[in-house]
Design a protein around this ligand. Structure first.
Ligand SMILES: Nc1ncnc2c1ncn2[C@@H]1O[C@H](COP(=O)(O)OP(=O)(O)OP(=O)(O)O)[C@@H](O)[C@H]1O
Ligand SMILES: [Mg+2]
Length: 150
């Protein structure tokens, strides 16, 4: 199966809950477990929050793009009893200078905002794969993969 959806949202914190519910509603067709839904919602929430707070420094007049793709897991012939769900969260904000440092647990550039520096660790632990592509002043593309049993 091949299926996809794409969403463009204004960079407002009030849209964070819509983003995670919209992604959850889209993947509901795969009949995921409650735990799988909750993992995906948590990861989407962290990535969208990061785009708004860090990428755009809370500028509300910008957009966050969310793409979700569903396909059969054909890469691994032994494991095609699973769907591969790929979720991208894209912003066109300030970008991340040092991606390795940003991904470290407890690293935050904004201790003043009482951030704890755990967003990337949360995404990594709740999803099966996490890729970060970013360049200064161009923006950040977070790609996360979750395998969901058929
Ligand atoms: N979309 C983004 N654009 C620019 N910088 C980012 C983006 N996402 C993350 N970062 C940088 O990576 C750091 C680590 O992100 P992470 O989500 O792990 O922690 P945090 O957001 O600071 O704290 P928490 O998520 O626990 O509230 C951030 O402090 C920020 O400097
Ligand atoms: Mg964060």
């Amino acid at each position: 199966m091949q299926n996809s959806m794409s969403l463009t949202l204004s960079s407002r914190s009030s849209n964070e809950s819509f983003a995670r519910v919209a992604v959850a509603a889209f993947i509901a067709q795969l009949d995921p477990t409650l735990e799988e839904i909750s993992d995906v919602k948590t990861a989407v929430s962290e990535a969208v929050t990061n785009a708004i707070i860090h990428g755009y420094n809370e500028d509300k007049n910008t957009n966050v793009v969310i793409n979700v793709g569903i396909e059969d897991n054909e890469e691994d012939n032994n494991d095609n009893d699973k769907y591969k769900v790929t979720i991208s969260i894209i912003d066109y904000g300030c970008g991340i200078d040092n991606i390795d440092q940003a991904r470290e647990p407890l690293y935050t550039s904004r201790p003043d905002l009482e951030r704890s520096g755990m967003g990337f660790s949360v995404m990594e632990s709740f999803m099966d794969e996490l890729y970060v592509d970013s360049s200064r002043d161009k923006g950040t593309h977070i790609k996360m993969v979750k395998y969901i049993k058929k």
